[in-house]
Design a protein around this ligand. Sequence first.
Ligand code: OAD
Length: 244
Amino acid sequence: MARLHQDFSIVILTGAGTSAESGLDTFRGSSGGGGIWAQHNLEEVATPEAFAKDPDLVHAFYNARRAALFNVEPNAAHQALAKLEQAFAGNVTLVTQNVDDLHERGGSKSTIHMHGELRRARCTACDARFEWLDDLLVSSVCPSCQSVGGMRPDVVWFGEMPYQMGRIYELLEVCDLFAAIGTSGNVYPAAQFVHHAASHGAETYELNLEPTGSSRDFHRRAYGKASEIVPDWVESLLRGQRVS
Ligand code: OAD
């Protein structure tokens, strides 16, 4: 069992499965089906075209999801990843596809939200961004330029470029270990991070409830509930072990 050194660098990608046990729905459900995209047509609520066509519907979808954040708490997986960030001797970067704030509330200090954040809004007129805890409405006024009608959730929609991609690719190219946790590997560019990291020499791990369509792309795999397998994995890393 190899010891890990101080320069060891870890990049962790999380997805909706990390927050599932906190009570937030995943997008595609498990192998049994279900999930947010079984209840809503993503083309009607999660694209720039949808917002242009029916902003009330798009706001209602994200307002409900933002309001749901007040009723959930971080779980043991969020807390374990925060512990890793704080206690690991090397570098740990958390990149999440999740738009919830459970990593922050679990104690993580520097999460990259590549798909944006529900608790933030953006003005399409002046591009200013704000913390936004209330409902967003077509009548919402931009606190910066006072425009009305252009406020949108600061989330990344299908067809838009995720945030901080340059920085993420740089991190993937120098990391020693890449882990994907609670993500189905269906959405690009996040789905190809494993290939990018592996092609630059990283050892790759998949931690998920069940095998995904991408499982064979990872060197190592662990399956089970995030609240159980993530704390175990973190403890192994903190003991300075590579885990199988
Ligand atoms: P998905 O809903 O596609 O996948 C969630 C994964 O988590 C599945 O593989 C589940 O098996 C797994 N899972 C469920 N419960 C779990 C648990 N308790 N412990 C561990 N794993 C569990 O969600 P994402 O991969 O995050 O993008 O989806 C990626 C992107 O697609 C989202 O960010 C969103 C969505 O459309 C945008 O809206 C732009």
